[in-house]
Design a protein around this ligand. Structure first.
Ligand code: FUB
Ligand code: ZN
Length: 653
């Protein structure tokens, strides 16, 4: 039997159920073009982006020879189907559903039929010309798509034991292995979008086949050694478009500017960076390679200490959906793609496998409860691609530099990477609660849950009883059924002022190391640790080097970052300020936004003087302020009450 974490948390249970009952069926209809929705373009000026329909399943039917037609959509349209399948796998792992399983089998059969006899799998080139495959890797996303398929296949195999899907994945990986690598006659290159590395490592973990580990390592280490690789391929490519032109992007966009082990700043497309880092950290955890881990740490530190928003969002510009430079964190033009926050969570999880530092879990929690969760509406049927920290709907409509910043979540997006990424994260959230190594279990996330964890010497039952995030108490009950002493490391959260920890039974309190309070539990015994957190409302200040946030404050409580929204606070949110002395009060509102903790305060609103209305923009009269009652809601819950303004960082007065 393998480990099983059963999440019983009301907060997360609702989301996970939403994914199962709303999002997965909804996405199924979208993939089959039967959802009856209008798919929005990401940006006003994205004329060339194919977005009228998904066509993703139809692409597979055409590639399999079941129907006639041509490919439609992005070169990576296949990955929408794969991410759907991966979310289905986790969903079935949690709760068997024969109807859903039948749909998944239908999809697996279709994918197997669309696979070429030699294992190659990509509908774009199967339909438009196999002779062009692997020849335009800057934009073709072939390995990216196969990486997503391999991830889905491993997840599905591990959840259900389905051998067929694993066989298709191995055949695809073998095809890649035959075509790429250092040997003469093979392609000495890699994909324009990292992902295959994650897939191959997962396939290695599941099958133990060392070739997959070797190939993942090859792709990671080859990157950046030959920075002209994409341009050289493009110069002689004469096949179908495959996002051609993308190779002209700077090498940093693809993390192709230098070898990965020499990188110390996160450059380029944010999702690509965190996928690269996830695979690198997995490689370091798997092989114990110190040099690889040092590279991971440098990238982690650069991202989380200099380039990450307070919400856990990353990617400061729409231009290339990219990182820019240290401390450049504009609040209303940024990107903060949902996928990038999801990828940062993947990265954090792998870092925890290498080194038990609470810092990794803190970032994981920050991105999860804020940027990632904001990616989905409370109805589970509307999604953000971009997660701003400041929005004015009129500016989004009329200022072309903000057209990507949507004030309301669309039903779906032409480039549909984010919703299914969120679905696979939420359905696999059980994988993030604990980190297990040898005889140590780290409690990373507080979540009401009931789990069985397999250790080398037997089984441990671990139960969390808590109403967190809406309550400040947790009890962690451990039943050690192994015949050895085990160590439990309970994270002492950074958002708590004081965490009182008491042990009951044969649980010996140990040291605090890197943010975890350790306990030793004797063999064959049951005991528990009770925790009471003091969770203050906090005022957060950014480094003064973040020019956009100087003089401003952001409010948080526990893992949640709070924001002001128009629905509670009217228009022109930028005229609002929060006095340094204002008392911040907390209350839980059962009937608001599915039940949320709100924070209220007496603030000030700056009024335009009467002269300003008649005499123009610039006056020598200081505007007056008047009292304003303020109400803050958790950031993740914004944009669920129609189109309105939103603000995270507000002036402090
Ligand atoms: O290129 C595939 C995915 O589409 C990226 O990860 C997203 O940023 C979106 O561009
Ligand atoms: Zn995305």
């Amino acid at each position: 039997m393998s480990s099983k974490v059963n999440i019983t948390s009301a907060f997360w249970g609702r989301y996970r159920q939403l994914v199962r009952t709303e999002m997965i069926p909804f996405q199924w209809n979208v993939l089959n073009d039967t959802a009856g929705i209008t798919i929005e373009k990401e940006r006003l000026n994205d004329e060339g982006i194919p977005s009228e329909k998904s066509h993703a399943m139809e692409n597979f039917r055409i590639a399999a020879g079941r129907t006639k037609g041509t490919h439609y959509g992005w070169t990576f349209q296949d990955s929408d189907v794969y991410k759907w399948l991966e979310a289905v796998a986790y969903s079935l792992r949690e709760k068997m559903d024969p109807e859903l399983e039948a749909k998944a089998h239908e999809v697996i059969d279709l994918i197997a039929e669309a696979q070429e006899p030699d294992g190659y799998l990509d509908t774009y080139f199967s339909i438009l010309g196999l002779q062009y495959r692997y020849k335009s890797l800057a934009g073709s996303h072939e390995l990216y798509c196969m990486g997503h398929f391999i991830e889905a296949a491993v997840a599905y195999f591990e959840a259900t034991g389905n051998e067929k899907v694993l066989a298709v994945a191995k055949k695809a990986a073998d095809n890649i292995d035959e075509n790429f690598g250092p040997d003469e006659g093979k392609i000495h290159g890699y994909d324009g979008h990292e992902e295959i590395e994650i897939g191959l490592l997962r396939l290695y973990h599941s099958t133990g086949e060392k070739r997959y580990l070797k190939l993942a390592k090859y792709f990671l280490m080859e990157r950046g050694k030959h920075p002209n690789f994409f341009k050289e391929q493009a110069a002689v490519y004469d096949g179908p478009n495959a996002l051609s032109g993308i190779e002209k992007a700077p090498n940093t966009y693809f993390q192709n500017h230098k070898p990965v082990l020499e990188m110390d700043t996160a450059e380029g497309h944010a999702v690509r960076v965190v996928y690269l880092c996830t695979a690198l950290a997995d490689l370091a955890a798997t092989t114990g390679d110190k040099e690889v881990y040092e590279a991971c740490k440098r990238l982690w530190n650069n991202i989380t200490r200099k380039r990450m928003y307070i919400t856990g969002g990353i990617g400061s510009t729409v231009n290339g959906e990219s990182f820019t430079l240290d401390y450049d964190l504009p609040n209303d033009t940024m990107y903060c793609e949902t996928c990038a926050a999801v990828g940062l969570i993947f990265f954090a999880r792998q870092m925890l496998r290498i080194e038990p530092k609470a810092e990794y879990a803190e970032v994981m929690e920050r991105a999860l409860y804020n940027c990632a969760l904001a990616g989905m509406a409370l109805d589970g049927k509307h999604f953000f691609y971009v997660n701003p920290l400041e929005v004015n709907p009129l500016k989004s409509k009329l200022d072309p530099t903000k057209s990507h910043v949507k004030p309301v979540r669309p039903s779906w997006l032409g480039c549909a990477c984010c919703p299914p990424n969120l679905a696979r994260l939420l359905t696999s959230l059980d994988d993030y609660v604990y980190t297990v190594s040898e005889n140590t279990i780290l409690v990373n996330l507080y979540m009401d849950s009931d789990s069985t964890i397999e250790l080398p010497n037997g089984r441990v039952k671990i139960k969390q009883e808590t109403r967190f995030p809406w309550d400040n108490e947790a009890r962690v009950i451990v039943k050690n059924d192994t015949d050895s002493h085990i160590r439990i490391g309970i994270r002492l959260p950074g958002w708590a002022d004081n965490t009182l920890v008491g042990a009951i039974g044969n649980m010996e309190i140990g040291d605090v190391e890197s943010g975890y309070q350790y306990f030793t539990v004797e063999p064959s015994c049951e005991c528990s640790a009770g925790l009471t957190f003091e969770i203050p409302i906090r005022r957060n200040y950014a480094s003064p080097l973040v020019s956009e946030d100087v003089g401003k404050v952001a409010i948080s409580k526990g893992p949640f970052i709070y924001c002001l929204e128009g629905a509670d606070n009217g228009i022109d949110l930028n005229t609002i300020s929060l006095p340094e002395t204002a008392e911040l009060k907390y209350a839980y509102e059962d009937n608001l936004l599915g039940g949320v903790g709100v924070i209220t305060a007496e603030g000030r609103r700056t009024k335009a003087s009467e002269e300003a209305e008649t005499e123009g923009l610039y006056l020598n009269v200081k505007p007056k302020t008047e009292p304003a009652s303020l109400k803050f809601i958790p950031y993740y819950a914004w944009a669920n009450r129609g189109e309105n303004e939103m603000l995270v960082w507000l002036r402090e007065s």
